[in-house]
Design a protein around this ligand. Structure first.
Ligand SMILES: [Zn+2]
Ligand SMILES: [Zn+2]
Length: 133
């Protein structure tokens, strides 16, 4: 079946948690806060937001497990492989998904925003090719 415009899919390392999202992706950005780093194991995490109502969890594991990482934020992960997939703020109508877990991560290009850049390791140099598609 052909992919509809503005429909994306992705999932965790083991495939237990899979998602489809529809709607307009917003605020693609990088975050190097210490929470993102220690949650993912990566020096920076690429995020993108979608309308919460546009997400369906399609893998055999259903919804990701949730960890409350701060007063208003829960982070979603696979409890089988540990894959780091999502973040949701209480009362917010969008979900953040990790761009690298999409099946076609090249289609979601981070914008200028690099949150907590100063928390990234000194050796990390990030260059984003915004012309890439
Ligand atoms: Zn998994
Ligand atoms: Zn962060």
């Amino acid at each position: 079946m052909a992919r509809k415009p503005n429909t994306y899919s992705g999932g965790c390392l083991c495939g237990n948690i899979r998602f489809n999202v529809t709607g307009k992706p917003t605020f693609p950005h990088l975050c190097s806060c210490r929470m993102c780093q220690t949650w993912s194991g990566a020096p920076t995490v690429a995020w993108v937001e979608f309308p919460l109502e546009g997400v369906s969890w399609t893998g055999p594991g259903g919804k990701p497990s949730l960890f409350r990482s701060s007063q208003k934020t829960r982070r979603g992960f696979c409890d089988q492989c540990g894959g780091t997939l999502a973040a949701m703020d209480d009362g917010y109508d969008k979900i953040s998904l990790t761009i690298a877990t999409f099946d076609e991560p090249s289609k979601l290009v981070p914008g200028k925003q690099h949150s907590y850049r100063k928390s990234a390791p000194d050796w990390l140099k990030v260059e984003i090719d915004r012309a890439a598609k």
